[in-house]
Design a protein around this ligand. Structure first.
Ligand SMILES: [Zn+2]
Ligand SMILES: [Zn+2]
Length: 338
């Protein structure tokens, strides 16, 4: 982490550290209350099967709580790369009922119940999402009833851990737990895709906003007003490809172009803006491309502030002084003052 530290003489520093250690042992004072809000992109891609960009899932960490926003393809693999056992997830929130936001859900639910280090959930999986979430949970339980029966009989995993505590919610719903507040807001992804949410996450004076899938929608700008981090979806589909495969016209119409996202950022004025859910297609290409250049060039036409193009396992740590962006192996390294 590229923080600046005033230089100290080694002896003085050692003495200070020893004094602190003694103090800690003697009185065990509580740690300072300032807690970071941490957002990790588990998947930054689209429905396209892509080994480096899994589909949508975002990990939120605040104090001892951990949350998932969407459970797209590969969510269990990304959590495993981070060394986070699935039982540690406090609750999960779904933005809308498109498959690229849900196709890791059954894996997370069932694998998280297996009584090993990576799983071990013994209490119900808590799930909030748009209308249809409760029905989906009920049907998942029916679809995989034999897995539940077999494992419970054979491995003795407790049945409480395979229950789904599902809740259909509407825009405006707020969840609060241990100082974390997660609020769903309506956004426009298409006339037939309703309900459709973005989420505002607030913790200890920090604010991160996730657009979810959306067209250009000023409700996202209002929700993202003065956020520390505004994560926005983005699509760049070339005119050439739309001529070649007209189906992409509809795809483009359901998402936000980099120029449009720039206008949202300009209204919201977040401390840092970032792209996730990258849909970048050019003529002749099957899968999402390396996207940074074309996205940054086009967002720059409408927005002058800082923008980061997300990668899987990129982490944004918002603390009292700064927002630090890093890969899970420390491979990026970017710090911006709050
Ligand atoms: Zn969608
Ligand atoms: Zn999507």
């Amino acid at each position: 982490m590229p923080t600046h530290r005033p230089s100290l003489f080694l002896a003085a520093r050692k003495a200070a550290i020893s004094a602190l250690a003694v103090l800690a042992l003697a009185s065990a004072p509580p740690l300072a209350a300032a807690e970071p809000l941490s957002i990790t992109l588990l998947g930054t891609g689209s429905p396209a099967p892509n080994a480096t960009r899994f589909s949508q899932s975002i990990l939120v960490e605040a104090g001892s709580d951990k949350y998932l926003i969407d459970l797209g393809r590969g969510v269990t693999i990304r959590l495993s790369q981070l060394g986070i056992p699935m039982r540690k997830i406090t609750a999960s929130f779904i933005t809308h009922s498109h498959s690229d936001h849900l196709n890791g859900l059954a894996d997370f639910w069932m694998t998280g119940w297996i009584g090993t280090g990576y799983g071990g959930r013994t209490t119900p999986m808590v799930l909030y999402g748009p209308r249809g979430t409760e029905a989906m949970a009920k049907h998942l339980e029916m679809a995989f009833a034999e897995n539940t029966r077999i494992r419970h009989a054979d491995e003795k995993e407790p049945l409480s851990g395979i229950e789904i505590d599902a809740h259909d919610i509407a825009g405006g719903f707020s969840y609060e737990h241990n100082g974390v507040k997660i609020t769903a807001f309506d956004s426009h992804h298409g006339d037939l895709i309703k309900p459709n949410f973005g989420y505002v996450i607030e913790y200890d004076g920090k604010k991160a906003v996730i657009s979810g899938d959306t067209t250009y929608d000023e409700k996202v700008a209002r929700a993202g007003k003065d956020a520390d981090l505004l994560l926005h979806e983005v699509a760049y589909i070339s005119e050439e490809l739309i001529k070649e495969q007209p189906v992409y016209k509809a795809v483009a119409e359901h998402h936000t172009s980099p120029e449009e996202a720039g206008r949202i950022f300009d209204q919201a004025k977040p401390k840092l803006a970032a792209f996730t859910h990258l849909v970048v297609r050019l003529a002749g290409e099957q899968l999402d491309l390396p996207a940074s250049n074309v996205l940054l060039e086009n967002v720059g036409k409408t927005y002058a502030g800082p923008v980061v193009v997300g990668e899987d396992l990129m982490r944004f740590v918002i603390d009292d002084d700064a927002i630090v962006v890093n890969g899970y192996k420390g491979q990026y390294g970017f710090r911006i003052k709050r």
